[in-house]
Design a protein around this ligand. Sequence first.
Ligand SMILES: N[C@@H](Cc1ccccc1)C(=O)O
Length: 492
Amino acid sequence: MSDLPHTILNILNNGPIADTAVTFPDVDTNTIQGALSSLASRSMVVFKPIEQEFWTLTVEAEEIIEKGSHEYRLLEEITKSLDGLKLADVSKVLGEAGKLGQLRAFKNGWVKKDGDKLVSNVSVTPDDITAKDLKTIYDTGTLADAKELTELRKRKLINKGKKLSYSVDKGPEYALEIKRLETDVTPEMIQSGSWKSATFKPYNFDAEGAPTPSGALHPLNKVREEFRQIFFAMGFTEMATNQYVESGFWNFDTLFVPQQHPARDLQDTFYIKDPIEADEPEDKVYWENIHKVHEEGAFGSIGYRYPWSAKESLRLVLRTHTTAVSARVLHKLAQDPKPARFFSIDRVFRNEAVDATHLAEFHQIEGVIADYGLTLGDLIGFMDRFFKRMGVNKLRFKPAYNPYTEPSMEIFAWHAGLNKWIEIGNSGMFRPEMLESMGLPKGLRVHGFGLSLERPTMIKYKLTNIRDLVGHKVNLDFIESNPAVRLDEDLV
Ligand SMILES: N[C@@H](Cc1ccccc1)C(=O)O
């Protein structure tokens, strides 16, 4: 059928098509639908779908048509052997069909028991209704007897299918010929004047343009950039953070985290196997100070009083927080102590069970402020101003514990959308054990705070699963289609 649209138009000339499945039994539904849609787009036809149920046979049913139903075959066997069939032999003779046939044959009253035998209970061979019905379904796709259909379906002999076809009628622009629709005015048309009588294809202003492939900034990068700009605007300098592998010394010991602290356990921290150890830090005074402040105390502190191990301190880890970076930067600041503000936003690693809100690697945003005579009130005041720039206006502080800060505070923000306080960060004033070991002068106090980058990003983009953001299940459509962000819209 090379020219289906014209054939359809010709048939319509004699009246509507009631069912395309009847008129075109050999043409598949997609081809019919394509032809009808193209004619309908020119208003030459109108068409409506017809959904029809039909039944198909299972392999077992096809076998029944060929060989007879199980019950019929059983009766045949019984009549063949003049004095009946031993019950024990039913399966032998008929295989699996035997048991089923027996059940049905009894139900139909075709057979009865005689001692240990089955004998016929009918004088004339009955009709094999099951086989007959299945044949009808095979030929016509259906059966008038709805009850029998249900029964056959229960017996898993037939399955229901759906067939789509169409009824078709003339449309307002019906004609026998399909007019060629011109898309361009050509020089030839102008010369010959044929443009005057040509029919032009109307513009489709609803057509969407082809999407142009392009790169997209990841939401984490956009939010990171927002934070960077806030830090810069508040006079911070960015710390270099390109070092994922740290020694236990910089990640823990310098921060006065004792070597028995649970955070240093294998379950929480990733340790490097090869190489297993870092070199001792160059600043031997500092190295010795840390040893001392842990083991016996120094700078006014009584220390933890445990045998500090240099080996443990030199073990290499994937940094668990960016405070390791801050420690390095503050140690450098001790060479020329003065008020300063530093920040970093980068990746950290923790040996955590991965779930909807936790990953084994994530990003931390960290800020450090060093100045003479700082107080806890300054830290609270700074937090208020910092988060206000992100549009977070209501903060609460809860006393907390960090080995390296005293006092320490968890930061909670009021989330109007969720209608509750959510924890957004951790902060505190670095301990003298940490700062004075580095050689920073007593009066120079240092505030620190940290928060994750993922948390505000998820709130901003209304994500409930962190794996929508990072990992192999990331939805690229989401990454590409989300708008450039301003943090303050939704965090309020
Ligand atoms: N390092 C802390 C955050 C923090 C940084 C600086 C000072 C106090 C706390 C954390 O990982 O949660």
